[in-house]
Design a binder for this molecule. Sequence first.
Ligand SMILES: Cc1cc2nc3c(=O)[nH]c(=O)nc-3n(C[C@H](O)[C@H](O)[C@H](O)COP(=O)(O)OP(=O)(O)OC[C@H]3O[C@@H](n4cnc5c(N)ncnc54)[C@H](O)[C@@H]3O)c2cc1C
Length: 351
Amino acid sequence: MNYAYQLDSGLYARFLRGMAEADGTRRIEGKIAQVQLDGETGDIAALLLDSGERIEGDLFIDCTGFRALLIEGALRVGYDDWSNWLPCDSAIAIQTSSVRPPVPYTRAIAHEAGWQWRIPLQHRQGNGVVYCSDFLGHDAALEKLLSTVEGEKLVKPNHIRFRTGARRKQWHRNCVAVGLSGGFMEPLESTSIHLIQRAILRIVRMLPAGTISQRDIDEFNDQQFTDMEQIRDFLVLHYKVTDRRDTPFWRHVAAMDVPESLTHKIELFRETGRVFRKNEELFAENSWVQVMLGQGIMPQSHHPVAAKLRDDEMAHLLTTLREQVARTVAALPSHADYVARYCGADIPAAA
Ligand SMILES: Cc1cc2nc3c(=O)[nH]c(=O)nc-3n(C[C@H](O)[C@H](O)[C@H](O)COP(=O)(O)OP(=O)(O)OC[C@H]3O[C@@H](n4cnc5c(N)ncnc54)[C@H](O)[C@@H]3O)c2cc1C
């Protein structure tokens, strides 16, 4: 079964920090004032903190978010801008108290110039609105969010601006960009933390033994970029193939050009009903089929082996399947009961 987790990212970060420190990681609190390069090699030599402390290193992992202080600020690798394909550039997020038991899924609800999310947790709900500022102003977006959230507002709305795209090199010299410093795609499929996780696993696999190999760097960049392009195409698909035409935003995204790799995937499905998952692509065939069929692309043909099954046999198969699913679901506990029983959180008062 495909699955994903709904996490309180603040608590998760605290949990990981505790693990890392217990494992011997030394944490130095401070603000990076300057990134110093080695005059001969061009590698990063040290970080200078505003306390005056200088931290030298062999390998630097840039986790400075959108600011990308090391990979871009110091090493200037450049940015591939994908906003022509994913034009949403703003988000407003707010947390609210839960007003009903959590559902086991995230809701993404389209609006006239983007979409809204609702992510239920055990103790609160995450809400947000994503929009394209060319088509919707900040005040109207905020009003849209505040007028639709339920429960008590627990924090002030947080406004975030972003430019969708990816650093041209995720690893350059002795610096690896992980997280938002490496690029950003809107959270329509909640993929950023997954990409962080994959980057960490890749670094572990390629961790340089003494010296950094350019082949490792090239391989890392290739794999990481493939992941990002595949996710990008899946996100663009949601916008491109919708038949919604009621606002200028939706007419704009329906008419835009899309990456050649996505055109191929859409047309292959339209003509043959086939989808292929390449490499270790995050989204499996069923995800692609759900969005393409759900948005109204009906394949013109299908594999001849499907004709082996008569219509009445197919109807019987689907009915049996539906009944089995219904029986299984009826016997399961509710999502809230399941979570409370197997992984109920001990929520700190401040969370
Ligand atoms: C609107 C929105 C919704 C999202 N929803 C999801 C989702 O549903 N699922 C998902 O997986 N991901 C989601 N993400 C992405 C997720 O938030 C990020 O993947 C995650 O926060 C990335 O962490 P990061 O460490 O790269 O960047 P950040 O969390 O931005 O951390 C960067 C850190 O660098 C520090 N820093 C910056 N400059 C300096 C300096 N000079 N000195 C020292 N420190 C510095 C900052 O203080 C900060 O702590 C979302 C992102 C946005 C914007």
